[in-house]
Design a protein around this ligand. Structure first.
Ligand SMILES: *[C@@H]1O[C@H](CO)[C@@H](O)[C@H](O)[C@H]1NC(C)=O
Ligand SMILES: *[C@@H]1O[C@H](CO)[C@@H](O)[C@H](O)[C@H]1NC(C)=O
Ligand SMILES: *[C@@H]1O[C@H](CO)[C@@H](O)[C@H](O)[C@H]1NC(C)=O
Ligand SMILES: *[C@@H]1O[C@H](CO)[C@@H](O)[C@H](O)[C@H]1NC(C)=O
Ligand SMILES: *[C@@H]1O[C@H](CO)[C@@H](O)[C@H](O)[C@H]1NC(C)=O
Ligand SMILES: *[C@@H]1O[C@H](CO)[C@@H](O)[C@H](O)[C@H]1NC(C)=O
Ligand SMILES: *[C@@H]1O[C@H](CO)[C@@H](O)[C@H](O)[C@H]1NC(C)=O
Ligand SMILES: *[C@@H]1O[C@H](CO)[C@@H](O)[C@H](O)[C@H]1NC(C)=O
Length: 434
C-alpha cells in the first residue's frame, strides 16, 4: 500500500513536471519561432523594439502578440512598415488563431500550413509572389482569407475547396490567370468573394449562383470574360453588393437580377451589355447605387424605377438610351449623382430636379434635351458639377446658379441659352458658355 502511494505521488509529480515542462517549452518554441521571424524582417522604424528580450516568458507582452493559456494565438503585424521575407518557422506557431501580415512590403513566397486552429489569415497589401497552391486541408478551420493586392501569379488554387468554413475570400488585385473553376460554386459558406483585378478569362461559371450565402461579390476590372452575366446570379438573394464592372461582359442584363431584394449596390458599368434595362430591376427597392454606364443598352429608363426610392447614384451615361428623363427622378429624395450623358434622351429636364436638396453632380450632356434649365438645381448648396453641354436647351441661366458657390465645374455650351450670365458666375473660370 505504502509503495503504491509513493508510486502514485511520484507519478503525479512527474506528470505535473511533464505538463509544466512541455507547456513552457512550447512557449519557448513560440519564442524561437518569433525570433527567427524577426531575423527575416527588415524595417526602418523601431516598431518591433519590444521583440528584444531574451526571456521567452515576455513573448506574450511583445507588440502584436497575444497569448492564451500560455501559447501565442494571435500575431498581428498589420501596417508596421516591415519588408523582407516571412520565415517558414511561422508554421511552428501551432496554436495560432489569427495571423495578419497585411499592409507591409513582404516579398518572396509564402505557404501557410499545419495551423489547425487558424481562423483568420490576412496577407493583403504586400508583394508576395508565386502561387497559393497550399495544403489547405491542414488549415481547414480557416474562415477568413484575405490575399488582396499581392504579386501572386498562378491559376486560382483548387485546394481552397477544402476550406468548408470559409466565409471571406479575397484574391483580388493579383495576377491570377485562367478560368474561375466551376468548383468554386461549392464554397457554400462564402459570404464575401472577390476575384476582381486579375488576369482571369473564360465564362463566369453559372455554379457561382449556388453561393446563396454571398453578401458581396466582386469579379470585374482587368479580368476579361467571355459571355455574360449568368442568369443563375438571380439565386444570390442575400447579395448586398454586386460589382461586375469593366470585364467585357456581353449579352443582356438578366431580368433575374430583379430577385436580389437585398441589393444596395449594382455596378455593371464599362462592359458590352446590350438590350433593354430589365424593368424587374425596379423591384430592387433598397438600391442605393446603380451604375450601368458605358455599355450598349437601348430603350428607355423603365417606369418601374419609380420604386427605387433609396437611390443616391444613378449612372446610365454612354449607352443608346432614348425617351424622356422621367419626372419621378426629381422625386428621389436622396439622389446625389445623376449621369445620363451621351445617350439620346429627348424632352425637358424635370423642372423639380434638385429640389430634394441633395444634388451634387449632374451631367446630361450630349443628348437631345430641350426646354429650360431647372431653377433649383443648387438647392442643396452642394452642387459641384453641372454639365448640360450639347443639347437644345434655351432660355436664361437661372439666377440661383450664380450664387451656387459649391460649383467647381460648369459646362453649358452648345445650347441655345440666352439672357445674361448670372453675377456669381464670374468667379468660376469655366462657368462661361463651354
Ligand atoms: C525591451 O522593450 C521594452 C518595451 O519596449 C523596453 O521597455 C526595454 O527597455 C527594452 N529592453 C532592451 C534591453 O532594449
Ligand atoms: C486585412 O488587412 C487590411 C490592412 O492592410 C485591412 O484593410 C483589411 O480590412 C483586412 N481584411 C479583412 C478581411 O479584415
Ligand atoms: C513598398 O516598396 C515599394 C518599392 O519596392 C515602395 O514604392 C512602396 O512605397 C513600399 N510600400 C510601403 C507601404 O512601404
Ligand atoms: C512580381 O511578379 C513578377 C512576375 O510575375 C516579377 O517579375 C516581379 O519581380 C515580382 N515582384 C515582386 C516584388 O516580387
Ligand atoms: C450548382 O449550379 C449548377 C449550375 O447552375 C447546377 O447544375 C448544380 O446542380 C448546382 N449544384 C448544387 C449542389 O446545387
Ligand atoms: C418584379 O417586377 C416585375 C415587373 O416589374 C413584376 O411583374 C413582378 O411582380 C415583380 N416581382 C416581385 C417578386 O416583386
Ligand atoms: C441617337 O439616335 C440617332 C438617330 O436615331 C442615332 O444615329 C445615334 O447613333 C443615336 N446615338 C446614341 C448615342 O444612341
Ligand atoms: C430668350 O429667348 C426666348 C425665346 O426662346 C425669348 O422669349 C427671350 O426674349 C430671350 N431673352 C433674351 C434676354 O434674349
Amino acid at each position: 500500500m505504502k509503495i503504491f502511494q509513493e508510486n502514485m505521488v511520484s507519478f503525479i509529480v512527474l506528470t505535473l513536471f511533464f505538463l509544466i515542462g512541455t507547456s513552457s517549452s512550447s512557449l519557448v518554441s513560440d519564442f524561437h519561432a518569433l525570433v527567427t521571424l524577426k531575423q527575416g524582417f527588415e524595417f526602418a522604424d523601431p516598431v518591433l523594439s519590444s521583440w528584444n528580450s531574451s526571456s521567452p516568458s515576455s513573448v506574450c507582452s511583445w507588440v502584436g502578440i497575444q497569448c492564451l493559456e500560455g501559447r501565442v494565438v494571435s500575431v498581428d503585424l498589420t501596417d508596421m512598415n516591415l519588408y523582407g521575407s516571412v520565415s517558414p518557422r511561422i508554421l511552428s506557431l501551432e496554436r495560432l488563431i489569427h495571423l495578419s501580415l497585411a499592409g507591409n512590403n513582404f516579398t518572396g513566397t509564402i505557404e501557410i500550413a499545419n495551423l489547425i486552429s487558424l481562423h483568420s489569415l490576412n496577407i493583403s497589401n504586400n508583394q508576395f509572389s508565386g502561387g497559393l497552391d497550399w495544403s489547405y486541408s491542414s488549415i481547414a478551420n480557416l474562415e477568413l482569407f484575405d490575399a488582396y493586392n499581392n504579386n501572386f501569379t498562378a491559376f486560382l488554387p483548387l485546394g481552397i475547396l477544402s476550406l468548408s468554413k470559409l466565409k471571406y475570400l479575397d484574391l483580388g488585385g493579383n495576377y491570377f490567370y485562367g478560368e474561375i473553376p466551376e468548383s468554386y460554386g461549392n464554397l457554400l459558406s462564402l459570404e464575401y468573394l472577390s476575384l476582381a483585378g486579375n488576369d482571369l478569362h473564360g465564362k463566369i461559371p453559372a455554379e457561382l449562383g449556388n453561393l446563396t450565402n454571398l453578401k458581396e461579390i466582386y469579379l470585374g476590372y482587368f479580368n476579361v470574360f467571355e459571355g455574360g452575366i449568368p442568369v443563375q446570379f438571380g439565386k444570390l438573394v442575400n447579395l448586398v453588393h454586386m460589382d461586375l464592372s469593366s470585364c467585357e461582359l456581353d449579352g443582356r442584363i438578366p431580368h433575374e437580377l430583379g430577385n436580389l431584394k437585398s441589393l444596395e449596390t449594382l455596378f455593371l458599368h464599362i462592359n458590352l451589355l446590350s438590350g433593354l434595362i430589365p424593368k424587374q430591376l425596379g423591384n430592387l427597392t433598397g438600391l442605393v447605387n446603380l451604375d450601368l454606364s458605358d455599355n450598349a443598352l437601348t430603350g428607355e429608363i423603365p417606369f418601374e424605377f419609380i420604386n427605387l426610392k433609396q437611390l443616391k447614384l444613378l449612372n446610365l451615361f454612354m449607352n443608346r438610351l432614348h425617351g424622356s428623363i422621367p419626372e419621378f427622378i426629381a422625386d428621389l429624395l436622396d439622389l446625389e449623382t445623376l449621369g445620363l450623358w451621351m445617350n439620346n434622351f429627348t424632352g425637358e429636364i424635370p423642372q423639380k430636379l434638385g429640389q430634394n436638396g441633395k444634388l451634387q453632380m449632374l451631367d446630361l450632356s450630349s443628348n437631345k434635351l430641350t426646354g429650360t434649365i431647372p431653377r433649383n438645381l443648387c438647392a442643396s448648396h452642394q452642387l459641384k458639377i453641372l454639365i448640360l453641354l450639347k443639347n437644345f436647351l434655351f432660355g436664361p441661366i437661372p439666377d440661383g446658379l450664380g450664387t451656387c458657390s459649391s460649383l467647381t465645374r460648369v459646362r453649358l455650351g452648345e445650347n441655345y441659352l440666352n439672357g445674361t450670365i448670372p453675377n456669381g458666375f464670374i468667379y468660376l473660370a469655366s462657368a462661361k458658355s463651354s
